[in-house]
Design a protein around this ligand. Structure first.
Ligand SMILES: [Fe+2]
Length: 244
């Protein structure tokens, strides 16, 4: 069984279309999206429709819930807030209802999927440190939890003794006795100093389980041009060149 997991598209249609090319090559059995279809980028409607079409499971992120009026903009920084007000004005009522209907966490038999954190998925906490990860492992029972939200690829592990650490590998074989929190990074607005989009492949068969992070190029300048043309804040275009 081959799973493709992606997150944080944020209205970036060029990055999503480049991911679709990767999906055609990868031919996964199942596709999971971990939230934030909209916010920041110039094509929120197009992205949420494409994602709904390709993904077997779709979660909501904080920007999706904000667009639907379910999360306050109080904790959004000024640029994110400005972009969200624009996004709200672009989306149709049915699109907001669809975003409001999405879950923020799904517990499958062997996997947990969540946008932010298994501990309090609607509080939108970030898991950035080994301490953050250690606090979250007790809140799911499966061996693996896939997350997004920080826009940074990260692989965290814990052993039976409760030790917790970060792996810097982009490809790991899963081992018995260990549990994992995998941040799959962002398709449409990476913040780990690599401007390429990110996605994760999780393959399991009777012999082994393997996780691999992939990066892909897309037409950044076209996305930047659209952001500026839409009247969205200029720094939201600029940051895409640097992966910040
Ligand atoms: Fe996000």
């Amino acid at each position: 069984m081959k799973h493709l997991i992606f997150s944080d598209v944020h209205g970036n249609l060029e990055a999503l279309e480049a991911l679709l090319v990767q999906i055609q090559k990868e031919r996964p059995d199942r596709i999971f999206f971990l939230g934030d279809a909209v916010g920041y980028g110039a094509n929120p409607s197009e992205c949420l429709h494409q994602i709904a079409e390709i993904a077997d499971l779709v979660l909501a992120g904080n920007h999706d819930y904000a667009a639907a009026g379910l999360t306050s903009l109080e904790f959004f920084n000024p640029l994110a807030r400005q972009a969200m007000l624009w996004t709200q004005s672009e989306l149709l009522p049915d699109e907001k209802l669809y975003l409001a209907s999405l879950p923020v966490i799904i517990h499958l038999p062997h996997l947990c999927l969540v946008h932010s954190s298994p501990r309090e998925p609607k509080k939108w906490h970030y898991i950035l440190t080994e301490q953050d990860a250690a606090e979250n492992f007790p809140f799911f029972t499966s061996p693996i939890c896939f997350i997004g939200h920080s826009h940074r690829v990260q692989i965290m592990l814990t052993d039976r003794a409760g030790n917790c650490w970060q792996s810097l590998d982009q490809s790991i074989l899963l081992e018995e006795g260990y549990r994992y929190i995998i941040n799959v990074g962002s398709v449409g607005q990476p913040r780990d100093y690599d401007p390429r989009g990110a996605y994760c492949i999780y393959e399991e068969n009777s012999h082994k389980k393997r996780i691999q992070i992939y990066r892909f190029e897309y037409n950044i300048s076209k996305t930047q041009h659209k952001i500026i043309q839409a009247g969205l804040p200029y720094p939201l275009a600029e940051r895409l060149s640097f992966g910040i």
